[in-house]
Design a protein around this ligand. Structure first.
Ligand code: KIV
Ligand code: NA
Length: 275
């Protein structure tokens, strides 16, 4: 069944968990769709996982379109959410509308995601009113890494926790259809989830959220630059890949690959004429 904003709303009403993972390419997206995921986020985390930057600051709208369109081609029933990268919406509602429009038209997104609370509500409202569903993102918002002074758990003080609750209500009021809660205390995420009518999607925010999201290389054990506490490795794909690369190298070196079954034949009468 096709996953839409209605799927998100129904899941919240029925108390059914929503499942999301990040993906950045066609073949991974296909595997996730076949597995039955609700939605894929083409996250600007691609700056880290795919492009090797140390943060998401350098990611461009073109990067997001390039990877987003590949994911869109790999899915039909999965909802595809594409991240708005740093400075593609912070500069005002007009820029936000133009760039959200590009992610829809060129990236073939089903929705866009942007980071921030009350301060980006005019953008959320404008994009939503243009007919583009918006997923909000609160707590640890990696595009603000330089303002935070590093990536750390958010919403631990009374002031910060109250601000986060206010921001969550504000993004809902502005029209967001869901909100990602990243790296906040479990009990705060639970309070936010109870206060909101839209679903919360947690990452490092405990089991009380309406859904969960993880970066796929993290949950597959493929990315070891930095592994946060909230990550569970559901498989050690990195080890499997490395072993396969080693086996390939040794078989090619030994001359055992390619074997007869991997080779093409030529007719003997043609072959004779070549000598
Ligand atoms: O870019 C990303 O992968 C994200 C998720 C971690 C929520 O924004
Ligand atoms: Na992101």
């Amino acid at each position: 069944m096709k996953n839409t904003v209605r799927t998100f709303q129904m899941a919240k009403e029925k108390g059914e968990k929503l499942t999301m993972l990040t993906a950045y390419d066609y073949s991974t997206a296909r595997l996730m769709e076949e597995a039955g995921i609700n939605a894929i986020l083409v996250g600007d985390s691609l700056g880290n996982t795919m492009l090797g930057y140390e943060d998401t600051i350098s990611v461009t709208v073109e990067d997001m379109i390039h990877h987003g369109a590949a994911v869109a081609r790999g899915t039909s029933d999965t909802m595809v959410v594409i991240d708005m990268p740093f400075m593609s919406y912070q500069t005002g509602t007009r820029d936000a509308l133009i760039n959200a429009g590009r992610l829809m038209k060129e990236g073939r997104a089903g929705a866009v995601k942007l980071e921030g609370g009350a301060s980006v509500c005019p953008q959320i409202k404008a994009i939503t009113e243009a007919g583009i569903p918006v997923m909000a993102h609160l707590g640890l918002t990696p595009q603000s890494v330089n303002a935070f002074g590093g990536n750390r758990v958010q919403g631990k003080t009374e002031e910060a926790a109250k601000k986060l609750i206010e921001d969550a209500l504000a993004v809902q009021e502005a029209g967001a259809f869901a909100v990602v809660l990243e790296c906040i205390p479990e009990k705060l995420a639970k309070i936010v989830t109870e206060k909101l009518d839209i679903p919360t999607i947690g990452i490092g925010a405990g089991a009380g959220c309406d859904g969960q999201i993880l970066v796929y290389q993290d949950m597959l054990g493929m990315f070891s630059d930095y592994v946060p506490k909230f990550v569970k490795k559901f498989a050690n794909v990195g080890d499997v890949m490395k072993q396969a690369f080693k086996d390939y190298i040794s078989e090619v070196s030994a001359g055992t690959y390619p074997a007869q079954e991997h080779t093409f034949k030529i007719d003997e009468d043609v072959l004779e004429k070549l000598y």
